[in-house]
Design a protein around this ligand. Structure first.
Ligand code: ZN
Length: 122
């Protein structure tokens, strides 16, 4: 009779004496710890909050948001009307997406020397 057995979760060969019974399954120590650990490292909100919006190197952007970001990045700064014309987008829609990008601290607005409002990278 063999003195080794298999973990029913990961299939690792483990000494029979080291298997832990949990919920009717025989688990190796690692799987058992995973199963009973109260830590939930995959909690999306915890991860989100820990990273902070500013540290999102490649946040999920809508295609239009990506276009806006690329255009402004390439130009350095762009007036919203120029950007709207460039991307062929209506201002209300553009302003809505700008608000999102601003919230993500990717774009911000500032007033140029000529008194016009420009958008640039944060
Ligand atoms: Zn296991």
């Amino acid at each position: 009779m063999s003195d080794t057995s298999k973990c029913e979760k990961c299939g690792a060969a483990v000494d029979a004496g080291e298997l832990v019974e949990h919920s009717g399954q025989h688990l190796c120590e690692d799987c058992y710890m995973d199963r009973v650990s109260p830590l939930k490292p995959c909690d999306p909100w915890a991860v989100h909050n820990a990273r902070g919006a500013k540290n999102l190197a490649t946040p999920e952007l809508l295609p239009l948001q990506r276009l806006m970001l690329d255009a402004v990045t390439a130009a350095g700064a762009m007036a919203p009307d120029d950007l709207a014309a460039r991307l062929d987008v209506q201002r209300p829609e553009l302003d809505k997406q700008f608000a999102v990008l601003r919230h993500m601290e990717l774009l911000r607005g500032f007033k140029g020397d000529d008194g016009r409002v420009y958008w640039c990278r944060f």
